[in-house]
Each structure stands twice: as structure tokens, then as C-alpha cells.
Write a protein that binds this ligand. Structure first.
Ligand code: PGA
Length: 243
């Protein structure tokens, strides 16, 4: 199964989310060999989720807070997202790590909270732009260890997103992304016997999506800005349909 996940970040308000969904839903539903997922803003999550009931489209949250309920002004919990009927949540996205300050231990709490309520975490890992090779491997190893060591989860998705490639237009060469994902898969054998799908993310668009999806180790893509307009989304879907 090939995974194509759309991370709409904070690009679309509720009306814009519903309009874009309306334009792409029938096409996504006709592409049965692709497992699509949409991660709208928390504000649009409920409406998008309702519109996708009875479809095979995954709908998930871009972030969750690890405590089920209580005095946490501004937060929405994994439990609440699951109550809505959503099945997935992004965890550890680099924008959550580096803008909102999530450390590896916070990411782990969020993963555990997802697992507690049967929400599949989409765990994002990746080196920072200025990391040298040694630092890069170390950072990814630490992120994976914090996320998966002693964790009995049987469901997870991993997204490899090198920070320098996110939103920059400088996507990583597909062959290199394949090599990095092979490294991640090798590391994951220390933590689980399950084989969690690993996706690539970072400036994926219609011009390069096929190069990623045809690499043997890359099981899908997590797409940000190119998934947020009708034109670029339709171009992406056209390109993917040709695989
Ligand atoms: P981008 O974002 O496609 O805009 O680079 C990807 C992501 O952050 O998930």
C-alpha cells in the first residue's frame, strides 16, 4: 500500500478546507491503491472527519496534547481527537519540535497518549539543516529511541522529514531519501518486530512525487504546501495516478 498524507498545516481555514476536500475527495476515492490521509487544522478536523466518514480516507490531527482532559487551556487531547472518530495524529513534526518546543520526551508522551486511545501516531523524525553526517545519524537515532524504546505499540507510521527540505523547495534527492529510510528501518529493528511504514516528507510536489514513491524503501509521502491548493493537489493526484 502506498501512503499519501496531506498536512494542511495552518494554511486553510474551515471553508477553504471543505472546498479543497470537495474538489479532491472523489479523485482520491477512485485511486484505490493509495491510502490517502488528510491532516487539517484542528478547527477544521470535525467537518473534514464527518465528510470522510464512509470513505477510506484517513483523517488525523496535526498535534495532540497527551493528557486526556483537564485544565490545559488551548490544548486538544488525543482522547478528544479519537472521540471525533479520527484514527491518526502527527507527532513530533519539526514545526512542533522547533517552533512549539517539543523535546523527545514530550514526543514520547504524545505517542503513548495516542496508543492509549488507539490513535495511530505518525511519528516525524529528521535531522536539522546544519547537522553533519555524524550529528544527523545521532539525532535520528535519539528521536527513534525516545519514540519507540520499550513501546509495545503495534501501530505507527514514521515520516522521515529532513528539516532543511521542509517548506524550502529544496527536496532531498529521492535516492538519498531511500538510503536514509533504509537507515531508519535498520534502527527500528532494535525496537520492534513490526514493520511500520516509513514515508518521506519535505518539499514534495507534482514534479518529484513519483521519484519518491518509486523508491523501494519509501512507502509513501507526507506533503505540506503542495497539498493546500486545488491546482497543486490535482497535479499531485495526476502524477500519482500514473504510477
Ligand atoms: P512541505 O511540508 O511539503 O511544505 O515541505 C512537509 C511537512 O512539513 O510535512
Amino acid at each position: 500500500m502506498m501512503y499519501v498524507f496531506f498536512n494542511w498545516k495552518m494554511y486553510l481555514d474551515v471553508d477553504q478546507s471543505m472546498m479543497l476536500l470537495h474538489d479532491i475527495l472523489p479523485i482520491m476515492q477512485s485511486m484505490s491503491s493509495v491510502q490517502f490521509g488528510i491532516f487539517p487544522s484542528l478547527l477544521a478536523l470535525s467537518e473534514v472527519q464527518k465528510a470522510c466518514i464512509d470513505t477510506s480516507i484517513i483523517v488525523g490531527a496535526q498535534s495532540i496534547y497527551p493528557v486526556p482532559q483537564g485544565a490545559y487551556t488551548g490544548a486538544v487531547s488525543a482522547y478528544m481527537v479519537r472521540q471525533l472518530g479520527c484514527t491518526h495524529a502527527l507527532v513530533g513534526h519539526s514545526e512542533q519540535r522547533y517552533i512549539f518546543g517539543d523535546k523527545n520526551k514530550d514526543v514520547r508522551k504524545k505517542i503513548d497518549a495516542c496508543i492509549d486511545v488507539s490513535l495511530t501516531p505518525v511519528v516525524c523524525v529528521g535531522e536539522k539543516k546544519d547537522d553533519d553526517v555524524e550529528k544527523r545519524d545521532y539525532r535520528i537515532r535519539k528521536q527513534l529511541m525516545a519514540a519507540f524504546d520499550n513501546n509495545n505499540s503495534s501501530h505507527a507510521v514514521i515520516a522521515y522529514e529532513p528539516v532543511g527540505a521542509i517548506g524550502s523547495g529544496h527536496s532531498m534527492d529521492a535516492r538519498e531519501a531511500h538510503e536514509r529510510i533504509m537507515y531508519i528501518k535498520q534502527e527500528m529493528t532494535s525496537y520492534t518486530k513490526e514493520s511500520f511504514p516509513v514515508l518521506y516528507g519535505g518539499s514534495v510536489d507534482a514534479s518529484n512525487v513519483v521519484s519518491y514513491l518509486t523508491q523501494p524503501a519509501i512507502e509513501g509521502v507526507l506533503i505540506g504546501s503542495a497539498s493546500t491548493t486545488k491546482a497543486s493537489c490535482l497535479a499531485l493526484l495526476d502524477a500519482i495516478a500514473l504510477i
